[in-house]
Design a protein around this ligand. Sequence first.
Ligand SMILES: [Mn+2]
Length: 312
Amino acid sequence: MANLGEMFGASSAATFFDLPEAGWTALDADIVLFGAAGATPYPSVGFYCAGGPQAIRAAGLAYGAAFAHHHFDLGGPVLPPGVRAVDAGDLDQDPADPAANRGRIRAATEAILAAHAVPILVGGDDSLPIPLLQGLAALGRPLTILQIDAHIDWRDEVGGEALGLSSTMRRASEMAHVAGIVQVGQRGLGSARPGDVVDALAWGVTFVPAREVATTGLARAIAAIPEGADVVLCLDVDALDPGIMPAVIGRTAGGLTYWQVMELIEGVAARARIAAFDMVEFMPERDIDGQGALLAAQLLAGVTGIIARQRG
Ligand SMILES: [Mn+2]
């Protein structure tokens, strides 16, 4: 079947946007994208987002051939002249060995920081950011997290597992190098109990629910990020409205639009430095006609472009 990528001359979907492949030794780039099928799965669901990185690479095929074209959402090419981005491939994750999975994500993050590049991790489920954030301790600077998600992920444990996808922000709050957390996009019912919200507020989280974004806008969320901070962007794609992002395990109406996510991240990038970005919870089996994968690829390209502009 003909597609846009073929029209522009794309050949394969081996890497994100047909970017150069990179190995883990001698990384030489400004931005390093990599994938992971999972980290710390709950036994009930396993690696349910394992196919995410490959589905998003395949959807990014159209962008690959057009990557040097003018991107109207960025006002120029995704990568300004001289800024290099590479795809280091997927880590070799095993659902039966979560400790080793976390170790590989930490080591990959540290290798990217050692190369003075910005890590972009594509999942995989929302347990991935825990070892990513642990690895980011190597930056040696306090971090502010901007979590964009329908859920707050402040459960202390689920079924005895403290490092799974519902505990990500609580574990982050316990890390000495995490100075602040801003969470945007909450709505409906999720795993959070009333006590989890109390704990998060007591810690100092700023919550900006999806309803506020829809009715009042993004100003309070952007202003909650300290000027000059080092920010980790943690994007769970279920933050987006399921009408445009159906490829998630639990669809909840009332989510964010493409422009709300882009303008939030642009607004943050105008006042702070993006230290890392993760995009998680893309579940190919729930996609509809590839629509969610295209949106995920479009957002990945857009945020890569925003980060690239800080490196140019
Ligand atoms: Mn979520």
